[in-house]
Design a protein around this ligand. Structure first.
Ligand code: FAD
Length: 395
């Protein structure tokens, strides 16, 4: 199917991937008059995905520019950072105000703003082709769509990137993030008091853990209805340990293990290790987690983001490690700059993308390198772990 429309707008855009990067691009291009259709592989609503996100300024800038309605502060405000010692006592306290939100708050806020009829779920891109005037996307159901501009916002395993830069793939950084979400009411009062509305860290050799409170699954900011969000970085050898960790409870190999799918042995080992090495309040946090999940930490950087009428944004182009807390805001920054470049080039797509790319490559490289330096220092300062042992996490 090839769609054609009367040109009552500056142009028509196809966005591949309907997660945060795709939605930022979709809402911002629409705000500049573009007709935008988003195509998302998953047939399901994505709103149950993900955990905590630090609310960086670019996210709010994107919302303001796109005219997205939201209720401030859009997250839970933490006023200080605490560094715990092994006994769970406060070793260091820093005044630092930050707003902590959640993936589902950002996703829900943008989905409510973006027209439902132009968000196409269950559509998997398989091919991209372009000529001087158009770009055409082909989907696995045999349909095709043509437009003036195509945005690859299809994440770490981007099909758009595979077609344009086939030799660039994410690489494993040497450690994973165990993650968990705990309803406020489920934590013992003493631990809850220590961890509430604070950004709390525990650093120990070759590992670190952090936690903060985020909105509830229903986006509630009401005290008592929110969730503790934790992330614990643990080193695993790619050849001898990672494959078992990324095998789910049904025996299927996965890129990451979502909530409720961890293999029982892996989960037991993680819980046992937590009770050996974490301070008591963080042990209690892990123990109170019903469905922990696992994400391997990846590195990706590309030398090119603009290809004629095609642009790569978000994790499809650069994956900064999560220590930068900037993955989502980078997607927002990519989209803000793209919308601006189109306007300043009078919606001439190839010229606008060419101009846009320079600053976005610079931003991606900077975050990519910063994340690597931060992560390597925390996880490997004390020497690379020995490899080839059983699937027991170690510090
Ligand atoms: C442990 C951890 C903690 C993090 N914490 C933070 C944080 O605090 N702050 C922050 O800013 N970032 C954080 N990040 C990073 C952040 O989650 C990502 O940078 C961000 O979600 C990337 O968004 P994206 O839309 O580019 O990609 P994705 O979220 O991966 O979305 C890609 C979408 O494309 C779809 N798709 C894929 N292939 C196709 C196809 N062929 N056709 C159609 N659709 C397709 C997928 O289904 C998916 O919905 C963290 C990451 C990790 C691992």
């Amino acid at each position: 199917m090839t769609l054609t429309t009367k040109q009552t707008h500056p142009g028509r855009a196809i966005v591949i991937g309907g997660s945060l990067g795709g939605l930022f691009t979709g809402i911002l291009l629409r705000s500049r008059g573009w007709q935008v259709d988003i195509y998302e592989r998953s047939p399901h609503n994505l709103s149950s995905r993900g955990g905590g996100i630090v609310l960086q300024p670019e996210i709010l800038t994107a919302f303001h520019q796109a005219g997205v309605a939201y209720e401030a502060p859009l997250g839970v405000v933490a006023r200080e950072r605490l560094y715990l010692d092994q006994a769970g006592e406060i070793a260091q306290r820093l005044a630092m105000r930050q707003t902590l939100t959640s993936w589902n708050v950002l996703y829900g806020t943008m989905r409510r703003h973006f027209p439902t009829e132009q968000y196409h779920a269950g559509k998997t891109l398989v091919s991209v082709q372009q000529d001087a005037a158009h770009v055409t996307a082909g989907f696995d159901d045999g349909t095709q769509v043509s437009a003036d501009l195509l945005i690859g916002a299809d994440g770490a395993s981007s099909t758009v990137r595979q077609q344009l830069l086939p030799s660039y793939e994410p690489s494993y950084a040497g450690y994973v993030a165990y993650r968990g979400l705990v309803p406020e009411a489920d934590l013992p009062p003493k631990a809850a008091k220590l961890l509430t509305e604070r950004f709390v860290f525990y650093q120990f050799p070759n590992s670190h853990m952090l936690q903060y409170v985020i909105p509830g699954e229903d986006e509630s900011l009401v005290p008592g209805e929110r969730r503790f969000n934790w992330v614990w970085y643990v080193n695993y050898d790619e050849q001898t340990e990672l494959p078992a960790l990324l095998t789910d409870k049904t025996g299927r190999d996965r890129a990451s293990i979502p909530p409720g799918m961890m293999a029982p042995t892996t989960e037991q080992q993680m819980r046992a290790y937590a009770s050996q090495v974490l301070p008591p309040p963080l042990q209690q946090l892990v123990a109170a987690t019903q469905e922990p999940f696992v994400q391997p930490i990846l590195d990706l950087g590309v030398p090119q983001m603009a290809f004629g009428r095609i642009a790569l944004v978000g994790d499809a182009a650069f994956i900064p490690r999560p220590h930068t807390a900037a993955g989502v805001s980078k997607g927002a920054a990519n989209a803000i700059a793209l919308a601006d470049a189109l306007v300043s080039h009078n919606h001439d797509v190839p010229q606008a993308l060419h101009d846009w790319e320079i600053g976005q490559l610079r931003l991606g490289m900077h975050l990519w390198r910063t994340g690597q330096a931060l992560g390597d220092r925390s996880q490997f300062t004390h020497g690379q772990q020995r490899s080839g042992e059983a699937l027991t996490p170690r510090s």
